[in-house]
Design a protein around this ligand. Structure first.
Ligand SMILES: [Zn+2]
Length: 158
């Protein structure tokens, strides 16, 4: 009796994500020359401009208070007010120096793309710079510091 060899056909699954520039309206976003020696970008915009979720995800970390003191220069609190969101795509999006955190933004809260986590500002060690968001995108799977206030590259701010 012949033995049948099963044929496996992979199931095609298409997953798509919606992405949006975290500064809205995007025409208010500005970029400067220079940058950081690691994957981060400063997105300049007036204080109070909307800083929104890049894609759907879950809030990972929030700093509600600006605890940075220039005389101490503790880089672990250099972000001022900041938010980190782990997107459904597995990428962690972090933004710091915010002037306000929106109500309902707290760890484990679900956010949708374009939802407002906060407003652009210059808190933390950006208090003497132009208002901007220090934005960092990192692979969550590689970021085992997610339980900390911020990963080292996020803390090395301005
Ligand atoms: Zn920066």
């Amino acid at each position: 009796m012949p033995i049948e060899t099963p044929t496996l056909t992979p199931t095609e699954t298409t997953v798509s994500y919606t992405y949006i520039l975290p500064i809205q309206p995007s025409k208010l976003a500005g970029f400067a020359e220079g940058g950081h020696p690691y994957p981060a970008t400063d997105l300049f915009a007036p204080v109070g401009t909307k800083f929104v979720a890049v894609t759907n995800g879950v809030v990972d970390f929030v700093s509600y208070e600006d605890k940075w003191d220039p005389s101490v220069n503790d880089m672990s609190v250099a972000c001022g007010l900041c938010v980190a969101i782990i997107g459904d795509d597995g990428v962690r999006n972090y933004g710091s120096h915010l002037s306000a955190i929106a109500s309902g933004i707290k760890p484990r809260a679900r956010v949708e793309a374009e939802q407002l986590p906060g407003l652009v500002g210059n808190t933390g060690n950006a208090r003497t710079t132009l208002p901007h968001v220090h934005a960092v995108r990192s692979q969550h799977a590689n970021n085992d510091n997610s339980h900390l206030k911020c990963a080292s590259q996020e803390c090395n701010i301005t």
